[in-house]
Design a protein around this ligand. Structure first.
Ligand code: ZN
Length: 412
C-alpha cells in the first residue's frame, strides 16, 4: 500500500546533503510545489509534484505546508494533580507555600495506575494533535523504587524514549540523608527502572544534585545500559553542562545560564560528528555530540530570562527545542508554542526554530529515523493549515495542525 501526498506548498525535508537516511537529519531544507510517497510507514520518494510516481491512493494538500513531525525530546508526563494555584500566585507575585514539586510527588504516589495512565494518555494525545510524533517521557515524581518503576513502565506504554529521573530531587523522607537517597537511586531504583528505560537523567542544579552526585548517577545509569542526558544550568550558573559533555550525554537541557567554557564545550562535543552545515564538520555517521535543548516554555511560564540561543548557534552548537511539559514550571504540550517563543523571544529564525523542533530533537534523542523526511525516514508528517512553516511563529496560538501521520498512519 503506497500513499502519494501531493500539492504540498512547502515540504520541509531537513534531508541530509547526500540523502543518506542512515546519517539522520541534515540542515534545514525545503521544497516548493512538492509531493512525497509513503510506503510501509517510510518515505519512499520526495520531489516536485509534477514528477511524482503513481501510488495506490493520493492525498491533496491544497498548497499547504508539510513538516517532519515534531520531536519533543523533553517532557514529564507521568504525574497526578495540578498546580494552577501555584502558577497564578507566581504570576501575581504573591508568596505561595504549597510544596511545589513535593505536592506533585505526593499526588503521584497516592494515585492509582489508572489515573496516571489516563493523564499520560491525554497529554500524549494533546501532543499528537499539535504535530508531535516522537516524544520523550521522564519519571521523577515517584522517587521510591515502586513508584519510579511504575512511572517508567507507564511511560513505556506511550513511547520508546523513556527516561529514568530518580535523581529529580531528594524526596522529603530522605532530607538529611542525601547519600542514602543516591544509593537508592543508583542501586535498587535503577535496577527496577532500567528494563523499561532508554535514558538516565539527573537534575544538576543548586538545590538538587551537585556535579559529583550527577556524575555518579549518570555513570551508574550507563553501567545499567542507559544513555545519559542532563537537566543543566536552568536556574543559575553551574556544572551541569560540563557534567553532561564529560559523560557524553546526548543532550544538556535548559542551558539558560552558560559560561563561555560551557558554550565551547557544547560546540566541541559535536565537532567531527553529524552532517555538514548543521553543527559539525561532517565526518560521516550519525550525530554523537551533546545537543543544547532549549525549553522556552519554562521561561515563559516562570517569567525568567530566556536562554541565549543566538550565542549557541553562533558557536556552532546544535540546538533543539522541546516543551518540558510538566505540572510545575511549564504546563504546555505545544511544540508550535515553543517555535513561536524561540522566534519571538530568542531571536531564532523561523527555519532555525523549526529545524530545532524536528531535526534538533531527533539529535537530542540520537535518532536518525525521525526529524527529517529523506527517503527511508519514518513517515512522520505534520500538515499545517498554512502555506509555510513560518506561520507557526507568524500566527502564534492558532491551531494550525490540520493532520498528522506517524509511520504512515493517520493519527490526527
Ligand atoms: Zn525537565
Amino acid at each position: 500500500m503506497s500513499t502519494l501526498i501531493t500539492n504540498i506548498g512547502e515540504l520541509v525535508t531537513n534531508a541530509a546533503l547526500d540523502d543518506d537516511p542512515g546519517r539522520g537529519p541534515g540542515p534545514f531544507a525545503a521544497l516548493a510545489g512538492a509531493a512525497l510517497v509513503v510506503e510501509d510507514g517510510q518515505i519512499a520518494w520526495t520531489g516536485p509534484a509534477g514528477q511524482a510516481p503513481a501510488a495506490d491512493e493520493a492525498v491533496d494538500c491544497g498548497g499547504r505546508a508539510v513538516l517532519p513531525g515534531f520531536v519533543d525530546s523533553h517532557a514529564h508526563l507521568v504525574f497526578a494533580g495540578e498546580r494552577s494555584a501555584e502558577f497564578a500566585a507566581r504570576m501575581a507575585g504573591t508568596p505561595y507555600q504549597a510544596g511545589g514539586i513535593r505536592s506533585t510527588v505526593a499526588a503521584t504516589r497516592a494515585a492509582p495506575d489508572e489515573v496516571l495512565r489516563a493523564n499520560l494518555a491525554r497529554l500524549a494525545r494533546e501532543m499528537v494533535a499539535q504535530g508531535t510524533t516522537t516524544l520523550e517521557c521522564k519519571s521523577g515524581y515517584g522517587l521510591t523504587v515502586p513508584d519510579e518503576a511504575r512511572s517508567v513502565a507507564l511511560a513505556a506504554e506511550v513511547t520508546p524514549e523513556v527516561t529514568f529521573l530518580g535523581a529529580h530531587v531528594v524526596p522529603p523522607e530522605y532530607q538529611g540523608d542525601r547519600a542514602g537517597y543516591l544509593d537508592l537511586v543508583c542501586g535498587p531504583m535503577l535496577k527496577a527502572c532500567a528494563p523499561h528505560a532508554r535514558w538516565v537523567d539527573v537534575f544538576c542544579e543548586r538545590g538538587a544534585f551537585d556535579a559529583d552526585e550527577a556524575a555518579a548517577v549518570l555513570a551508574a545509569g550507563r553501567a545499567a545500559g542507559l544513555l545519559p542526558r542532563v537537566h543543566a544550568n536552568q536556574l543559575g550558573p553551574g556544572p551541569g553542562v560540563q557534567v553532561a559533555v564529560a559523560a557524553g550525554a546526548a543532550s544538556a537541557d535548559h542551558c539558560t545560564y552558560l559560561s563561555d567554557a560551557d558554550v565551547d564545550a557544547l560546540a566541541a562535543s559535536g565537532a567531527g560528528s553529524g552532517t555538514p552545515g548543521s553543527g559539525g564538520p561532517g565526518s560521516g555517521g550519525p550525530w554523537s555530540g551533546t545537543v543544547a535543548t532549549l525549553l522556552p516554555g519554562v521561561e515563559f511560564s516562570t517569567r525568567q530570562p530566556y536562554p541565549d540561543a543566538r550565542r549557541l548557534l553562533a558557536a556552532g552548537v546544535t540546538v533543539a527545542l522541546a516543551t518540558d511539559c510538566n505540572p510545575g514550571s511549564c504546563f504546555t504540550s505545544s511544540m508550535p508554542l515553543g517555535v513561536a517563543l524561540a522566534v519571538r523571544e530568542m531571536r531564532m529564525t523561523t527555519q532555525e526554530a523549526v529545524w530545532a523542533a524536528t531535526a534538533g530533537g531527533a539529535r537530542a534523542l540520537r535518532r536518525t529515523d525521525v526529524g527529517h523526511l529523506a527517503v527511508g525516514a519514518r513517515a512522520d508528517l505534520t500538515l499545517l493549515d498554512a502555506p509555510s512553516h513560518t506561520y507557526l511563529a507568524y500566527r502564534p496560538g492558532v491551531p494550525l495542525v490540520r493532520a498528522v501521520w506517524r509511520a504512515g498512519q493517520r493519527e490526527f
